[in-house]
Design a protein around this ligand. Structure first.
Ligand code: UDP
Length: 332
């Protein structure tokens, strides 16, 4: 069965593509390589270098390939950047997704899995954050994803489209074999930054800045819910099977359900690597809520999903294997 993986060369999309292959599906990757890596996708996978804003490309793609389900990972996802460049985010995350949904409708493709985010909830009024938490995004990134969720709801009510929206908390980790992992040209995420600060690549060693120490948390630093990338991919597989077997449109929060502060993450990385993280303490980063922890009870009940990597050390261990094996990331 052919599955279109839009953004299949990005961090999450590339793991998804690999898991689809391993589980006997036929992924077709569409990616413009603006942030993804060709080398993160197996050469045997059909790879189309292009944009979802190109209607002719999408029309041809759906004509050439009998796509059953579309998984959509291509989006910009940095809160700070979205505040600086809202148009970029609304164009890429909203307008381009509309192009994709239109082309799907024209081609009669009616199953869709959407990468959503905890950022649609804004500052939590209640933790853990369940699906009934009010949606109140506080930055353009969160708004852009929330807008698509709204559009999907309307589209699903008016047409044959059925979708699953998965709201990720903090995706992290690498493949246990050490061969795949996070490789952002402009790295902003906590775990890769910590691990990169520990690698002596001959360049000037960079310390890790802790963004804010005066939050209302046990140690004053922000608390996040880190979910292993393969557990996240597995949740998509279950969503895929759900839609294939006729499941109705639905939304799920997706995290481990456990929160760790920035200082706890640093400590765990020190335990895993046996090295001391060079730390400096800085100002709060704008747009960061103090605590984001998922209530994942709904997806656990609905799909019998269970995270396999449920210790932070394990998650960081897989990331360390990747970063220490490939300090320069993918070779492309
Ligand atoms: N963080 C930090 N220093 C960094 C990068 C991140 O203290 O150099 C903190 C950030 O403020 C947040 C947490 O680490 O509380 C996770 O941030 P990340 O960017 O990895 O993911 P986000 O929660 O923004 O999706």
């Amino acid at each position: 069965m052919k599955i279109l993986v839009v953004g299949g060369a990005g961090y999450i999309g590339s793991f998804m593509t690999r898991v689809l292959q391993e589980q006997g599906y036929e992924p077709v990757v569409l990616d413009n390589l603006s942030t993804g890596h060709r080398a993160s996708v197996d050469k045997v996978v059909t790879f189309i270098n292009g944009n979802i804003s190109d209607p002719n490309l999408l029309k041809d793609l759906f004509k050439t390939h009998a796509i059953e389900v579309v998984m959509h990972f291509s989006a910009f996802s940095l809160v700070g950047e979205s505040i600086q460049a809202p148009l970029l985010y609304y164009r890429n995350n909203v307008a381009n997704t509309l192009h994709l949904l239109s082309a799907m409708a024209d081609a009669g493709v009616e199953k869709f899995i959407f990468s959503s985010t905890a950022a649609i909830f804004g500052n939590p009024v209640e933790v853990p954050i369940t699906e009934s938490h009010p949606k109140n995004p506080i930055n353009p990134y969160g708004h852009s994803k929330n807008m698509i969720e709204r559009i999907l709801e309307d589209l699903s009510a008016a047409s044959g489209l059925r979708y699953v929206s998965l709201r990720y908390f903090n995706a992290a980790g690498g493949h246990p074999a050490g061969t795949m992992g996070e490789d952002h040209r402009n790295e902003t995420h906590l775990i890769p930054l910590i691990l990169k600060s520990l690698l002596d690549t001959g360049k000037e060693k960079k310390s890790l800045t802790v963004f804010g120490t005066d939050y209302n948390t046990t140690d004053g630093t922000c608390v996040r819910d880190y979910i292993h990338i393969l557990d996240l991919a597995q949740a998509h597989m279950l969503a895929l099977k759900y839609l294939i077997s006729g499941g109705v449109s639905d939304c799920f929060n997706l995290g481990n359900g456990k929160g760790f502060s920035v200082l706890e993450v640093i400590k765990a990385a020190e335990n895993v690597t046996g090295r001391k993280v060079p730390v400096t303490y800085g100002e709060r980063r704008s747009g960061d809520p103090a605590v984001l922890v998922a209530g994942s009870g709904k997806i656990i009940d609905a799909f019998n999903w269970k995270p396999e990597f449920d210790s932070l050390e394990e998650i960081i261990g897989t990331a360390w294997k990747w970063h220490s094996s490939f300090p320069e990331g993918y070779n492309d």
